[in-house]
Design a protein around this ligand. Structure first.
Ligand code: FAD
Length: 437
């Protein structure tokens, strides 16, 4: 089946709308030959293209995206660049090696981002002082203990906070406890990806609004575009949850749709009611709990829904109904700000496998793919993208071994069983969430 441009819809999502309107710069037509093509200009594709350009300075790297940079998940996430993953449940000492492997990948991604943001002077609210994990209800208070056991056993820099400390930092009495973890960063995601895209090396040619409608693999790789065709020697798929549209990982990868809202910019008086920290991020210790940010420009950003809707963005009507959930979560935390309206609501789709495993490696002859990071793709996608370029170029490194060592993603049944299973799995995320939502 050949796709059409209509298979790659987009909409407004706040983080991009806070920036100047983005213009497409280049286009492509007719028959083109390329040594390297990367599909997807999110964090994975950007990191991969940059690295390919360094490794192959005499080749042009074609980077194609169906949308404008910043419209994919990389520009519409909550902006937590994870350094230390949270593995829920009782700490399993026999998993230490695996936990350390995942955290090495996260931290490699963090340091690549840190370096690029500094070199390219990207003004994206990048804050490397870590972020918080919060616990409001019984289940997550219990989870905090497990999390602390893990942090202690892994010797990860952190500090625990009681209810009073959480209140004085964030101006809410909702959290009974919290943990601040140092390796980690916060960012304005759309500014970050735009900055990375605009600072790509000269031998990367970025074409936006250019969906790849069909991929033919085999001895020659052919990509069908709306107005042309590319014959490629090597292809990297950095298409996140949309890889199945092109026939890859059909039975392994799916999309979960999340949504959240932003307030308007708070006044100095309102900000003063939020405690001592000028900007911050709190991830819930419950998998279904709300993710919160106070951005450096003074908005509260809150995300607390996740659902299966066939890997589609929410319609305006659906988004409006989800906003009632954002609103109640916001007012529960900040009754003193109940008068503050939301200015933007947004949805986005994260790629996931049935068992939480990521994808990295070769899919077919000269075709490589990385993706499916659930809610941890900011740092991990960056690390996977850069490492995939090394791997596809025949390199060897500890990071390649780490990325290849992820367990295999579980098989997913065909529709309609897939829809039912995915719905059940995603809604199970909210079991016992209570006050954390
Ligand atoms: C609401 C939300 C909140 C999140 N919060 C966080 C967070 O706080 N921290 C975190 O680490 N992660 C978070 N995530 C997950 C994170 O955003 C993703 O894991 C990460 O951005 C994936 O990056 P990527 O480059 O692999 O994919 P994407 O950013 O989705 O990029 C894939 C690109 O491929 C393009 N594409 C797809 N198919 C084609 C085609 N056929 N032709 C051309 N182009 C194509 C798409 O247009 C897209 O731009 C969140 C996700 C969502 C949706």
């Amino acid at each position: 089946m050949t796709l059409s441009s209509r298979d790659f819809p987009t909409d407004q999502h706040g983080w991009s709308e806070l920036l100047p309107t983005r213009q497409q710069r280049q286009s492509i037509q007719g028959r083109v030959r390329a040594r390297w093509v990367v599909i997807g200009a999110g964090l994975t594709g950007l990191a991969c293209s940059r690295r390919l350009a360094e490794l192959h300075p005499n080749d042009e790297i074609l980077l194609l995206d169906a949308r404008l940079v910043g419209q994919g998940a990389s520009g519409r996430n909550s902006g937590f660049a994870v350094g230390v993953s949270h593995f829920p449940g009782i700490f399993k000492a026999h998993e230490k090696v695996n936990f350390a492997r995942v955290n090495r990948i996260n931290q490699a991604g963090l340091s690549i981002l840190d370096q690029q943001i500094n070199i390219l002077a990207i003004d994206c609210q990048w804050d490397t002082s870590g972020f918080h994990h919060g616990a409001a209800d019984i289940a997550s208070v219990k989870e905090q203990k497990y999390f602390m056991d893990y942090l202690n056993a892994m010797e990860i820099e952190h500090s625990s906070l009681d209810q009073q400390a959480m209140q004085s930092r964030f101006g809410t009495t909702l959290y009974k406890a919290g943990v601040h973890v140092r390796p980690g960063a916060l960012v304005q995601p759309a500014t970050l990806v735009r900055g990375l895209a605009d600072g790509l090396p000269r031998n990367v040619r970025l074409i936006e609004n250019c969906p790849v409608l069909k991929v033919q693999s085999g001895n020659t790789i052919k990509l069908q575009l709306a107005n042309g065709e590319i014959t490629a020697d090597n292809l990297v798929m950095a298409t996140n949850y949309e890889a199945p549209k092109l026939g890859f990982l059909r039975r392994r990868l799916l999309g979960s749709t999340l949504s959240g809202s932003f307030t308007r910019i708070l006044t100095a008086y309102e900000l003063a009611s939020l405690g001592s920290h000028k900007s911050w991020g709190i991830i819930s210790l419950h998998g279904g709990g709300a993710t919160l940010r106070l951005t450096q420009d003074g908005r509260i950003c809150l995300r607390n829904t996740a659902e299966y809707s066939g890997a589609a963005l929410l319609s305006p009507l659906e988004l409006k109904s989800r906003q009632t959930m954002h609103r109640s979560s916001f007012e529960k935390r900040f009754p003193q700000l109940a008068h503050v309206p939301f200015e933007y609501a947004w949805s986005g789709v994260e790629g996931m496998s049935g068992n939480g495993m990521n994808f990295f490696g070769q899919q077919a002859k000269n075709i490589y793919l990385a993706g499916g990071y659930n809610g941890s793709g900011v740092s991990r996608g960056t690390a996977f993208g850069q490492t995939l370029a090394d791997y596809a170029s025949g390199g060897q490194s500890g990071l390649i071994t780490d990325c290849l060592s992820s367990d295999r993603a579980t098989w997913l049944p065909p529709r309609p069983f897939l829809d039912i299973g995915a719905m059940l799995k995603i809604s199970a995320r909210f079991r016992g969430v209570g006050l954390d939502r």
